[in-house]
Structure formats: C-alpha cells, structure tokens
Design a protein around this ligand. Sequence first.
Ligand code: AMP
Length: 286
Amino acid sequence: MRAVARTLPRPVGLVPTMGALHDGHLALVRRARAENAAVVASLFVNPLQFAPNEDFERYPRSFDRDAALFEAAGVELLYAPAVAQIYPAGFSTTVDVGVRGAQFEGAVRAGHFAGVATIVAKLLHAVEPTSLYLGQKDAQQTVVLRRMIADLDLPVSVVVAPTVREPDGLALSSRNVYLTTEQRAAAPSLQRALAATREALAGGASIADAKAAGRAQLLPPFAFEYLEVVDPTTFVALDRPARPAIVIGAARAGERRLLDNVTIPALDGTDPVLTPVVGERRTAQR
Ligand code: AMP
C-alpha cells in the first residue's frame, strides 16, 4: 500500500471508514476530492475498537457496493486490508490515548479509543496522506486523534467535516439500519435534546438547568448514557457555561446506541470542531 500510495500526486487526502457507506462518508470523500490531488479511502472493520460484547461480527458489511460508491465519488485508491494483515499473530502494541479516551465513549466502550488510535496510526503509515478526513459526528474521536497526531509528531493535518443528517435531524450512521420502527421514530429526539441544551445555555441557563432542558426532549425507548457540555480541547465536562463548547450525548435503547453532538462556537464565531472550507468565511461575510 505504501509503495502504491507514494505514486499518487500530492496532496493526498485519506478518508478512513468501516464501510456500510452512507452520505456522511461520501461527504468526507467529496471534501477530500475538492481539497487534494488524490483521494485514498480505507475500508476496514477494526476488531480492536469493538468491546468484547459489541457487534464486530454483525457489523454491516457491503464491500462491492462500498467499492462502487467510492469509485463513483472519485476515490483513486481503496485500502481494504484483511484483519490478519493489520494484526498478524504476535501483534501486541497499541496506542494509549490517555485521559481524553477514558471518558464518555471510552467509558461505555472499554478499549475503544486505543483501538481507534492504533488503526489510524497504522493507516497513516500505510498511506502517508497530507490530510486526514474525519466526521464531526464522532467528536471525541476527532479530539483523541488530533492529540495523538500532535503527541506523536505525525506529519498529517486533520480536516473535520460537518455531521450529515437525515431530513428529520437524525445523524447518519451505518448502525441506523438496526433500529426498529419505534426506535427510528424516537431517534431524532437525541439531536433535539442536544439542541435544547445549547439553546438553554444561550439563554443564560446553568449547565444543570440546560442539561435538564435537554433530557426532557429525549423520547423513549431511548435513555441517556450521558449528556454533557465539554471543553472542545480537553473533552472535560464543564461545570459552568463557557464558549466554545461541545454538547455531547449518547442514548441507549436495549442493544442500540445513538451518538451525536452539537457545537457552541467561540465568541468570534469559530467552530470548535469543524475545519472551515477555504474561502467559506469570506463568502459568509459578503
Ligand atoms: P465509520 O465508518 O463509522 O468508522 O466512520 C468513518 C468516518 O465517517 C468517521 O470519520 C466518522 O466520523 C464519519 N462519519 C460517520 N457518520 C457521519 C455523519 N453522519 N456525518 C459526517 N461524518 C460521519
């Protein structure tokens, strides 16, 4: 892979995925296409980032469809290694991402971020991209990976693109196909709960009152695993309102989980997660 990737014109954008593609993945490919001379996508359902009780075996897999969608979206090179190539017998080294990976998704999903950081480090070494493309949907993942890249001096920039949603507000996810009719109907209430938390903060509410306003919006059968307002750099929960911030939430119904977030920009309007499209700010001011 490294030998082939080195023949590509630069800059090179890398879009890592676990497949079962939806428009959130393809929006990352389109962004990478617009900003690079070549786009590499990876498709690897990474066993290391699934906790033992999770759905690794049952994770949706649709290789032929995914490969065709990547090609149609303008991907030059698709890296889809076998598990044994990435983790051969004797594999034992993982990336410990520290405190940012221990809370929230890392607390609910033991070992998740060590698995994510390890596979992304390996993908970066295989492809040697100029830029790594990540989705806002997984906000904690963007913070953990930015930290790893800074801490380990990895020569790549990070581009984070906005969450792509269904018309009713539900964030696209490969796992949405699992939702029952009842769960699917209630699922958009997570995004409304996050937005209600943000609106309450904008209206001057305390963190506790804002979270209560948010909690009231979530519909059964979903219940919150967590709803927090966090610092965008440290991912530590804030105990008093501050800007910028990220309102993060995960909700569960039985085996099904939903994950989402909304951002609260800095006072100068800068979003704490998203990478601006070049020229966007000027267009917005005109
Ligand atoms: P996954 O295949 O779930 O590992 O996701 C691969 C990449 O797509 C990650 O950077 C995700 O954050 C991103 N992604 C997943 N869902 C969305 C979405 N709804 N909108 C934007 N990006 C997304």
